[in-house]
Design a protein around this ligand. Structure first.
Ligand SMILES: [Zn+2]
Length: 334
């Protein structure tokens, strides 16, 4: 199953590939695809980058810049392969290049499993080449459980579609930051959907702010507006702990609840922590998820009695004035 969105500022939910029998997104009562999740592990060095020959290397460089910025902050986990492909108007990609890309992918994907390269090719063609040829843009993490050990695939297709000269940080860089944050998160036991997407979106705001490339407030206030529209109608991030099994009426607000409200919920978590340091998510919170599970870890990290009381306080926070919310952001430290 894959959760896919293609809106320009949102990258994609962590997806679990090769789970062919699991519930479709938003079908109530489906089985959790996370039950036998095995985390990724700490690895040495950078991910392996793969570029479709004929696609301008500038797009790989921008994605890589984002991934490496994120990796420098969160740490090295994997094994991680990054697959970058696209076709611009000017062309440059022919059948031979496509075949070489699929062969490289299938050789990598089948190295430790029984499937053959021949069996892999049609699946890979549909997943990569056909999406590219339709001109669609995608960015997502796919967690591959069939390989030994499980690995992360970061996939970026036609990211040039998301590039605008006016952006202070090119969107393909932000996609790299976002998706690699999911690699880090996937190296720990399962955490809720709102936290997965919320931290990835928050990181897109935090790291470029930290390096002086763009302000954090504008980005976060955009998320605030989007989140409020849904929260004001009575929805809560408590309903977005697992999008795969959420009822359809909730899952349709995946973006607003997980990405937009989630980004603020993560900012609130950090604000409630002892140090108010973003780096304490990396150094304290996530390691404690290993021993406590996310619910007890969240309560301990934020000093709340329970996840329920955290949700209540977060709902109250979202009623605050823009000035109060902006003050909250200004208190966060690196
Ligand atoms: Zn995401």
């Amino acid at each position: 199953m894959r959760s896919r969105e293609t809106s320009s500022y949102i990258a994609l939910a962590v997806s679990l590939s090769l789970l062919t029998a699991c519930a479709q997104l938003g079908e109530a009562g489906g089985e959790s695809p996370w039950d036998d999740f095995v985390p990724l592990v700490a690895v040495e060095g950078e991910p392996v980058y793969h570029l479709l020959d004929g696609y301008d290397p500038i797009w790989m460089e921008r994605v890589r810049q984002g991934v490496e910025t994120s990796r420098a902050y969160w740490g090295s986990y994997g094994p991680t392969h990054v697959w970058i492909l696209g076709r611009e108007r000017s062309g440059g990609v022919g059948e031979e290049q496509e075949r070489a890309f699929l062969d490289e992918y299938c050789a990598c994907r089948t190295a430790t499993v029984e499937r053959t390269v021949e069996e892999c090719r049609p699946y890979a063609k549909e997943r990569f080449i056909e999406v590219m040829e339709r001109g669609e843009a995608e960015a997502y993490l796919s967690y591959v459980r069939e390989t030994e050990p499980p690995m992360a695939e970061l996939v970026f297709i036609n990211v040039h579609n998301w590039y605008y000269d006016r952006d202070p940080v090119p969107d393909p860089v932000l996609r790299g930051i976002h998706e690699y944050t999911h690699v880090f998160q996937s190296s720990f036991p399962v955490t809720p959907t709102w936290m997965m997407e919320g931290l990835a979106v928050f990181t897109e705001a935090w790291l470029p702010w930290r390096s002086g490339e763009r302000g954090i407030e504008e980005v976060m206030s955009y998320s605030m507006e989007a989140a409020k529209e849904v929260l004001d109608r009575g929805f809560s991030i408590a309903q977005m702990e697992e999008v795969e099994t959420a009822p359809r009426r909730v899952a349709r607000y995946h973006r607003e609840l997980a990405y937009d409200a989630g980004a603020w919920a993560v900012a609130f978590m950090i604000h409630e922590s002892k140090t108010q340091r973003v780096s304490s998510m990396r150094d304290e919170f996530y390691p404690s998820v290993r021993t406590l599970g996310w619910e007890a870890a969240l309560a301990q990290y934020t000093g709340h009695e329970s996840v329920g009381s955290f949700y209540d306080d977060f709902a109250a926070l979202m009623e605050s004035s823009p000035a109060e919310l902006s003050a909250l952001l200004s208190r966060l430290k690196d």
